[in-house]
Design a protein around this ligand. Structure first.
Ligand SMILES: Cc1cc2nc3c(=O)[nH]c(=O)nc-3n(C[C@H](O)[C@H](O)[C@H](O)COP(=O)(O)OP(=O)(O)OC[C@H]3O[C@@H](n4cnc5c(N)ncnc54)[C@H](O)[C@@H]3O)c2cc1C
Length: 383
């Protein structure tokens, strides 16, 4: 079923798997999640192995990889832990793609080599407590000051913000009566730490190793060099960033789902009731079989969409279809696997429960399934 993958991509997948199996067995992931231990080592190791350079052009020291490469990487990491996969998505993919979409040459030269070396991790600060799906309704502002901009407001929830070195921040720089609210939003590269920048941890039940924050900007000053893309034109650039974001989100969801199915199969073969393995009961095996077929179908859509993004450019409809389908499928798959494991799956420290919660949060991040349906419907001429 790996029709879209090259021998190099298959090698990448097996290298990542070997690394994760050696360094991040299930006990280690459980400990990291329970202790809320930020995955510093993982990120350092990714940099040492050249993986943080995948989305970075050769010119800046990367390997100029494709969106398909990124999906391969993120899907495999998602099988082990969504904290690790999301750290890579925010730290590496958001930064490199945002700079590619709308960064200046000077910004690319300043930041991309630091992404490759692992010295600069990014976060994307777009949502606000009062503006999630409708993020054009954001209230954070950036006002012109001598030589730069002063940012005020509260953003969140933002994955990995507190430990990121650079926070791509969306703020309102203008209002244009009679025009779309999408106009007047601008993007800034905010260094962390910066005076006036502070963080509060959101208490989410999964992805606890990678904290998710609210970020407060209290008169945070950035220079003109920190403006990313055109002033007042940030919404369009964020929309472009959503293709790789949503495809990576979908790939990690499918990774989590596949791991849940694999664990479910193992459990069903080992656990005996009524004198035989529960796998022999059709009511146990069929939900896993159906989940496997759905995961395979979602995976094909993700890789087809990623391939289209690599070859043809922007693919908002396909990215939304992949995100919606993958997360819906992953929700059903993790739930089916948890059911197979019965009360064992329901234990607080169970990987079955963890994965069910992981994909629940994954569905909400990057725009919910309802919002993806809205986007798909719009592209179908229905809205
Ligand atoms: C784990 C996690 C990590 C996140 N990380 C980041 C991050 O790194 N950066 C960032 O900027 N944001 C991040 N977010 C925020 C995420 O993008 C928002 O949570 C998401 O866009 C939904 O916004 P909301 O939670 O405010 O829900 P709301 O927008 O208030 O929506 C509530 C419900 O109403 C539905 N709804 C709203 N409007 C419509 C509509 N027009 N049609 C149909 N249904 C609608 C939604 O689908 C949802 O079910 C993260 C969220 C989570 C859960």
């Amino acid at each position: 079923m790996d029709v879209y993958l090259t021998p190099q991509q298959l090698d990448l997948r097996s290298d990542v798997r070997a690394f994760l199996d050696e360094h991040y067995p299930p006990e280690r992931i459980l400990q990291m999640e329970n202790d809320e231990e930020y995955p510093d080592d993982f990120y350092r190791e990714c940099a040492a192995r050249g993986w943080t350079g995948i989305p970075v052009p050769h010119e800046q020291g990367g390997s100029d990889g494709s969106v398909v490469d990124l999906c391969v990487f993120v899907e495999e990491v998602g099988k082990t832990s969504i904290s690790l996969a999301t750290l890579y998505i925010t730290g590496t993919i958001f930064g490199s793609h945002a700079l590619h979409i709308c960064g200046t040459r000077a910004q690319a030269d300043a930041y991309l080599p630091a992404i490759v070396s692992g010295d600069k991790r990014f976060a994307l600060s777009m949502s606000e407590p009062g503006a999630g799906s409708d993020f054009a309704g954001m209230e954070a502002t950036a006002e012109r000051v001598d030589g730069g901009w002063r940012i005020n407001g509260v953003k969140g929830p933002i994955s990995g913000a507190e430990r990121a070195e650079v926070i791509i921040t969306a703020a309102r720089t203008g209002t244009f009566p009679g025009q779309s609210r999408q106009k007047g939003i601008s993007l800034f590269l905010v260094d962390n730490p910066s005076p006036g920048l502070s963080f509060e941890q959101r208490k989410f039940p999964a992805m606890k190793a990678l904290m998710v924050n609210n970020v407060t900007y209290d008169d945070v000053i950035v220079s003109d060099d920190a403006v990313l893309g055109e002033i007042d034109g940030g919404f369009l650039n964020l929309a472009k960033l959503m293709d790789p974001e949503r495809l990576a989100n979908a790939a990690q969801a499918i990774g989590v789902a596949q791991a849940a199915i694999d664990d479910g199969v193992r459990y069903a073969r080992e656990r005996e009731q009524y004198g035989k393995p529960i796998a022999r009961f059709q009511a146990v095996s069929h939900p896993l079989a159906e989940a496997q077929a759905e995961v395979a179908a979602a995976r094909l859509l993700i890789y087809a969409a990623a391939h289209k993004r690599d070859v043809e450019g922007p693919c908002p409809m396909e990215a939304s279809m992949a995100k919606m389908l993958a997360n819906n499928v992953a929700g059903r798959a993790t739930n089916a696997a948890l059911q197979v494991a019965g009360a064992t799956g329901w234990e607080a420290d169970s990987p079955f429960l963890r994965r069910t919660l992981e994909v629940r949060g994954c569905e909400l991040g990057g725009g919910t399934s309802q919002i993806q349906r809205n986007i798909i419907a719009r592209h179908m001429g229905l809205r």
